[in-house]
Ligand binder design. Structure first.
Ligand code: GLC
Length: 743
């Protein structure tokens, strides 16, 4: 018996060993990726190759069933996993298992100035995507905040290329550590929503390379992004979803991007350009990739049957096709064909904790006169909460980043929960904004209907404010049309719905008004001098109310810093001062030319140059404690081009409670043959300190931090000469400087 068993095991081992040898290379995870790609490619038919480079449904593209490649599933968005839709619908499918965690909008993540939060964000979102069987998340967005009217700034990371570059990379790494691909968008120059599909951006090479591309480059070269989404707009008169310059010259040849270029939905407009200019995976909403739906729409996409026909007719060899297929196969092996990815979780405690921590670290304390904040419940009897944004859900709406959440804790509920019986909390509407609350067939279920007049609401609020110890006004924008939403921009810089009148009236009868701005954009605040406390509250997702209440009542010490300049008025932004927004429609053509006349002078680069005093500066954010910075010291007086230089500064928490400060390093090129901004952010470090604790912080930079894009030689260059490093806690709060020389 024993002998027969041994023989049996031996035969089994031999069979398994043979099977392993028989296993095709592309299925053998021990083989190098490129070998598996080539093996799979060599086995595919022409039709199979065409099938995997275009959508088969709203959010999926085909695998290669015959070879064991499953279908490939994508989903929005940057802040959480969008509810499932039916095969070829935009409206949600009404599932009962796709309510997600809504993480804070990306302006809030940027406002944390904390790369560790970005990695936590990406990882948590990746686990939600795994649970929902999504192979690629359509995010993050990193378009630069050029105008405060842009409807989608809330989905992006602000005005500064270095800050965006430093936050996007760990987000991508965290997400992709789950075997879920990022799809960094919208590449490139998609800086406003108005006329987004017709806008042809005219921009200098310097601004393109110094301002608008760095975050995408960092996502690819530091983050290792496996996919990039082409934008709707045009550059050099070519649609960005098949743009020779952006996709071939810069992304694939210049940055060695080995991933997939995905079109925005309906962003492809030409088979020939899509074939030749580097589009790899076409998604859309109908036959011609645009909005027209006919039967069997997906086979008529530009990279579908028309491309197959053209190859069969000899118009193209299979060279371009094979490059696209290699990239898509690489994406499959990195995601849908991976067996070793972690488990997925939906709405786990860990994800709610992550959402809350990111929110708490991203909230920015903009103003706090007479230390009105944090609210001291030992000395507060009556709190009046005013404003629609105290009760309105913000996770639904805003376009493709809209989410169906398991819960969203609203500000009023969180304030009441936090206060408990320690004080009386009363709520009045104050104003009426958007009583909608529906997106893609998904409703918030809230009834915000109001029949009273605006004046009646103001009178009620004023009357209550007279008797309150403190008034918390929740206002701002709300992701309704033209109020921070995809597809359109704001039409003016002021707060909508008559909020200014309400805030003004309240501030006349109560000296402790706290304005909490729920928005993804800056807005005018004509009443700023009469309102002691102002908090930037962002769109914070599922844990919004909890995070806001924690900061308002001092359980959390705010440490957020603005990722964009907060102008007094529109003309504080170069794009508006120079009349460079919106674009100008061409006669007889459906094209809008938008020339970025401000060039590299975006945000604080503009206000520094024009000596404009913004309401709040880039990098600004207060704390409930105080910090003291020592004098910055450099470890070298002069450096060669290949050297690095380190700047050391001591920081002390001189207040009575723990807190975090962001030390910011700006570099000035004191003499250059081309115009350069007065200073540019080139390093930062967030430091958490106990009361009284001090720490030496060192920030090291290399030649890259001294370089500018020299359009005379179409390359980055650092000119020898004198430079100056400025260290501070905001772009307008520089505490010390030190000069050094590049030899
Ligand atoms: C939208 C957006 C893009 C989104 C895609 C799918 O038009 O521009 O960000 O991921 O289509 O919804």
């Amino acid at each position: 018996m024993k002998k027969r068993m041994l023989i049996g095991f031996a035969l089994l081992a031999f069979a398994m060993q043979t099977k392993a040898q028989m296993q095709p290379i592309y299925l053998d995870e021990t083989k190098p990726l490129e070998q598996r790609v080539e093996d799979a490619l060599s086995r595919m038919t022409l039709r199979e190759k065409i099938a995997i480079i275009h959508a088969q449904s709203k959010f999926s593209s085909a695998g290669v069933k015959r070879l064991g490649f499953p279908d490939f599933w994508t989903d929005d968005g940057p802040h959480g996993v969008r509810p499932d839709v039916l095969w070829d619908e935009w409206n949600q499918a009404g599932q009962s298992n796709d309510s997600c965690t809504a993480f804070p909008a990306l302006t809030c993540l940027a406002a944390t100035w904390n790369p560790a939060m970005a990695r936590l964000y990406g990882r948590s979102l990746g686990e939600e995507a795994l649970y929902r069987h999504k192979n690629m998340i359509l995010g993050p967005g990193v378009n630069i905040y050029r105008t405060p009217l842009n409807g989608r700034n809330f989905e992006y990371m602000g005005e500064d290329p270095y800050l965006s570059s430093t936050i996007v990379a760990p987000y991508v790494q965290g997400l992709q550590s789950c075997g879920v691909s990022a799809c960094v968008k919208h590449y490139a120059l998609n800086n406003n929503e108005k006329d987004r599909s017709e806008t042809n951006v005219i921009v200098s090479d310097r601004a393109l390379h110094e301002i608008y591309l760095p975050a995408f480059r960092s996502a690819v070269q530091n983050g290792g992004a496996w996919a990039i989404m082409g934008a709707y707009n045009l550059y050099k008169n070519q649609h960005n979803c098949h743009n020779q310059y952006l996709l071939q010259d810069i992304l694939k040849k210049g940055w060695n991007f080995d991933g997939v270029v995905v079109s925005d939905w309906g962003g492809a407009h030409s088979t020939d350009e899509a074939v030749r200019n580097g589009l790899d995976l076409e998604f859309g909403t109908g036959t011609d990739g645009l909005t027209k739906n006919t039967s069997n729409a997906y086979d008529n996409y530009f990279l579908a049957y028309p491309y197959l026909q053209a190859i069969s007719a000899g118009k193209y060899s299979q060279d371009e096709l094979n490059d696209k297929v290699r990239r898509v196969l690489r994406l499959f092996f990195r995601t849908s064909m991976r067996r070793d990815h972690p488990y997925g979780f939906l709405c786990s405690d860990a994800h709610y904790k992550a959402a809350r921590e990111i929110a708490e670290e991203g909230i920015v304390l903009l103003q706090n006169k007479n230390n009105v904040l944090p609210i001291d419940l030992n000395r507060t009897r009556k709190i009046l909460v005013v404003g629609e944004n105290a009760v309105k859900m913000m996770t639904v709406g805003g376009g493709s980043s809209s989410l169906k959440v398991q819960h969203e804790i609203l500000p009023l509920d969180a304030v009441k929960a936090r206060v408990g019986t320690k004080a009386e909390v009363e709520y009045v509407r104050g104003y009426v904004g958007d009583t909608g609350g529906m997106q893609d067939g998904l409703s918030t279920g809230q009834n915000l209907k109001e029949t009273r007049s605006a004046q009646a609401l103001i009178d009620e609020a004023v009357q209550k404010a007279r008797e309150a110890d403190v008034v918390i006004f929740f206002g701002g924008l709300n992701k309704a049309n033209h109020q921070d939403s995809e597809g359109d921009d704001r039409t003016d810089y002021g707060l909508p719905y008559g909020q200014d009148a309400v805030v003004k009236a309240l501030s006349q009868v109560n000296k402790k008004v706290i304005f909490v701005c729920i928005s993804g954009n800056a807005a005018a605040m004509p009443w700023k001098e009469n309102v002691p406390a102002i908090l930037q509250g962002w769109y914070l997702g599922s844990e919004a109310g909890s995070a806001l209440a924690a900061v308002l009542f001092g359980d959390v010490n705010p440490s957020g810093k603005l990722p964009f300049t907060w102008g007094q008025k529109l003309d504080d932004y170069g794009a508006h001062k120079l009349g460079a927004y919106p674009g100008v429609k061409r006669a007889n053509e459906n094209i809008v030319d938008e020339e970025y006349k401000e060039g590299i002078f975006v945000g604080y680069r503009w206000t520094d140059k024009e000596k404009v005093q913004p309401l709040f500066a880039f990098g600004h954010g207060l704390s409930y404690t105080t910090f003291k910075l020592g004098k910055v010291q450099a470890d070298k007086k002069e450096i060669n081009k290949e050297d690095s230089i380190s700047f050391k500064v001591n920081i002390q928490n001189t207040g009575s409670r723990a807190g975090a400060e962001v030390i910011q390093l700006y570099i000035s090129d004191l003499k250059c043959s081309l115009p350069r901004p007065l200073k540019e952010l080139k390093g930062f470090r967030k430091v958490f300190l106990q009361p009284g604790e001090s720490r030496d912080v060192t920030i090291t930079i290399g030649r890259d931090a001294l370089s500018f894009y020299d359009d005379r030689i179409s390359a980055w260059n650092a000119e020898p000469g004198e430079f100056e490093a400025s260290i501070g806690t905001a772009s307008d709060a520089i505490s010390s400087k030190v000069k050094f020389t590049l030899k």
